[in-house]
Design a protein. Structure first.
Length: 409
């Protein structure tokens, strides 16, 4: 018998936590937070036999250390996910302290988690007491994983999913599964062609720089900064990177085998300059393009760069990622204002959006789901799930809710 329960992320984007009970063996996939102020945590931990991690964005791992405050449990992830999770979790602890939020776990819990960590490789089966568990690439960020569980039945959890190819990664490939738990972040919405977005971005960067301006690219540290580097590094301009993304980049360099081309990534990096420390930051005028965290403008060195050029009408802020409600980035996109050092400011800089989402759009989701040939489709990690139901009329579609266990026959 197959039972499924969501501790979070069922009818919302973020804090994903999926519990799967296969004939009495209880597995969990992810345990994240919603990065609001303060962060929104999932339902409390439950007794499980093993944890599986899809990738190391905080909305999928931000609560994981809570499972290691007592006895702990075996945890499985790709080497890339494991290596990038530690700095992400430790940074979240630092932010919790700075913002004065209630501390739900500490660095000791994070380190204890790593004593239970098991690295897995794509396409290599794990034998978990007569249940086979296989990781497949999810195409979302380097190391991201879809987990398929099989005994007399089968169920696959996609986590965050991207099916197209990018400069950084190859897209996810469908895998046949009778039961499919699939994200629906962009249900009802399609993305512009990725290559067309890159072409427009490169064109606009060139226009701004050629007219004497600076381009500020707020960026997520993991995946987005590195794709931006690969998309822009061959332009004849001085490109600088700053923030936690530089640390993640070094992890990507030292964890080979997860990128579309390690060689091309190294080549791209040779054309950019990593900013490290206050002195280099103060001498940033030589840079034409600055790629810096945070991607939602809620901290990090990117704010100092925007503050420096905020009234330069020749310069531009180019946003490339999803902005959570209530963030500085969301306010900038919707209201045209940004909070800098406690003051609400309307930049004179150009503000534009380039959709470089690492989530599958509506049509891509439909195509992927159909190619997996499931009988049951469980839609999660989306707040507009109903928008995709009409296109799945040949499947039994389940719309779960947090905390409500259900049985799949």
């Amino acid at each position: 018998m197959l039972k499924v329960k969501f501790l979070g992320g069922a009818e919302e984007v973020g804090r994903l936590g999926v519990i799967i009970n296969m004939d009495g063996k209880v597995f969990q996939v992810d345990y994240g937070v919603i990065p609001e102020k303060p962060p929104l945590f999932p339902l409390p931990p439950e007794k499980i036999d093993a944890l599986f991690v899809t990738h190391s964005h905080l909305d999928h791992i931000g609560a994981l250390p809570m499972y290691f405050q007592n006895d702990g449990v075996d945890i499985f992830a790709t080497e890339m996910t494991s290596n990038t999770a530690r700095p992400m979790l430790n940074d979240s602890i630092k932010i919790t302290s700075i913002e004065g939020y209630v501390e739900r776990f500490n660095r000791e819990d994070v380190e204890k988690m790593y004593t239970f960590m098991n690295h897995t490789k794509y396409n290599e089966k794990l034998d978990m007491d007569d249940i086979n568990v296989t990781p497949y690439s999810a195409g979302h960020i380097p190391g991201s994983t879809m987990w398929k569980f099989e005994n007399s039945d089968e169920i696959m959890v996609t986590g965050d999913l991207y099916t197209g190819d990018s400069k950084l990664l190859n897209g996810a490939k469908p895998k046949k599964a009778r039961n499919l738990v699939v994200e629906s972040t962009y249900a009802g919405k399609n993305h512009e062609d990725r290559e067309e977005v890159r072409r427009r971005l490169r064109e606009r960067v060139s226009e701004v720089v050629e007219h004497g301006g600076k381009v500020i690219l707020p960026s997520f540290a993991m995946g987005r900064m590195q794709e931006l580097i690969m998309s822009l590094s061959d332009l004849p301009y001085n490109i600088a990177t700053d923030g936690m993304g530089n640390l993640i980049t070094s992890i990507y360099l030292n964890t080979p085998g997860f990128l579309r081309s390690d060689k091309e990534f190294r080549k791209a990096l040779s054309s950019v300059k990593a900013i490290r420390g206050k002195r280099m930051r103060e001498n940033i005028d030589s840079a034409d393009v600055i790629i810096s965290t945070s991607g939602m403008l809620d901290g990090g060195p990117v704010l100092s760069y925007i503050e420096k050029y905020v009234h330069d009408s020749r310069s531009a802020i180019f946003m490339t990622g999803y902005q959570v409600e209530g963030t500085n980035g969301r306010n900038l996109m919707e209201k045209g204002t940004i909070n800098l050092s406690g003051v609400e400011v309307k930049p004179d800089m150009a503000i534009e959006f380039f959709d470089m989402s690492a989530h599958a759009g509506h049509d891509e989701l439909i195509s992927f789901i159909k190619s997996c040939q499931p009988e049951n489709v469980i839609l999660c990690h989306g707040d507009q799930r109903e928008a995709i139901v009409d296109d799945l009329d040949n499947f039994n579609v389940i719309l779960p809710f947090n905390g409500k266990e259900f049985t799949i026959q």
